[in-house]
Design a protein around this ligand. Sequence first.
Ligand SMILES: Cc1ncc(COP(=O)(O)O)c(C=O)c1O
Length: 453
Amino acid sequence: MQSAITAGLEAALDARIEEMRSELRAHLRLSASEVDVVFSPSGTDSQLHALFVARSLLGPALTTIIVGSDQTGSGTVYTARGRHFNTLTAGERPVRKDAPIDGLSCDSVEVPLFGGTRDVRMRTDGDAAVLDAIDAVVANGASVLLQIMDSSKLGWRSPSEACLDEIANRWPDQVWIVVDACQMRISRRRMKTYLDRGYMVLITGSKYFGGPAFSGALLVPAGLSRSLDRGEGIAPGVLDYASRSDWPKRWSALRSRFESRPNLGQWLRWEAALEEIKAYYQVPDAFRTLALRQLEAGIESLIMLSSSLHLVGSGTKACGSEDEEFAHATIFPFTINRDRSPLSPDRCRVVYRALAQDLREVIGGSEADQAITARHCLVGQPVRIEMRDEEPTAALRLCVGARLVTETWSPDARAAQQNLQRELDRIADVVAKIELLLEHTGRMEFVELPYAN
Ligand SMILES: Cc1ncc(COP(=O)(O)O)c(C=O)c1O
């Protein structure tokens, strides 16, 4: 407020946002000489910014290839083709959803990851599918913006490192890579490796880090930044998707083309997200790893011990020391089985909604049961899973977020251990609530339930 009075609101906000770039880099152990930060209102908006950057560098004959198209944000199907993903842009201009964005429209190829079988594994021919897709696009004379996945809504990474090496060898100039790291379930070392290789990286403050929804950013390797800062020939449509202060100050020519439109909401959401990121990385490395290891072991065994939950899709990520604490899973997807069949996406949605409600009155039961059914449990939204020869199903997800680590940490090792156990007990209640819900529903049709809508 003080600097807004002395310097004026716009200048004060602009200066603060530039400082926030430095703070974000410091938390992620990146330097200004390595990476520039473009803030946005969401991971989906940042996908558009990445497309804008790629178009500026590679020209209009560009096709995007989206790896993990079945496990990314729901707006990606639009942003991948340079289309409006909503009826209002970030700059609050009303638009028609799915209409082309002026100067950004392009073709896109989807590479989904599900293998289509009941055990919900990653397809085994993922690398080959990515290489084939690039081959076909390049043979048609277009360049490629390849959006790779690390990691997806189910915690999967694709393609493999060997595949990325092959892409670099075969198409050194035709393929630009952007990493969908919006979930932020990625180590700082791995993120730096991606940036060092010249890849852009999409992040948010709102998923693993639990900051407010709608806080995205695009990390751009400094090498790319130098070729980017041009004020001319930019896609006009992108002007509705960013304001001046979203772009780094040193891109002066580019940012001068954008309106100065202070977005106080986006600023405040990122302030809150930065606090979460800072608090997380203030926790010692060893405890972050210990916490994620114990939570992984505890949650996996809770799911495996349940008669109706079925853990799916684990063990899909080849991890090493580069992954630091994220060598441990932080997303635990499960299907819910009744009469030996997994529940349909609609029924999973009913369970998802019921978990968030106080169901004491509806389900009744013992005092202990009521203590469980009263709890408001927030799990990851159902992810739809298409099967090859069967009806589709959906996975619900137990997700570990940064807050679990930040809030369980204590310099007193015993206290920290007790805190972790308390969290695991709370997670056990989620599993117990699902069991009680299934018992209560018996053979009833889910849609008839009072909490179905
Ligand atoms: C892997 C992945 N990428 C991108 C997104 C889109 O991010 P946002 O919701 O901030 O637009 C999501 C959203 O869930 C996601 O899971």
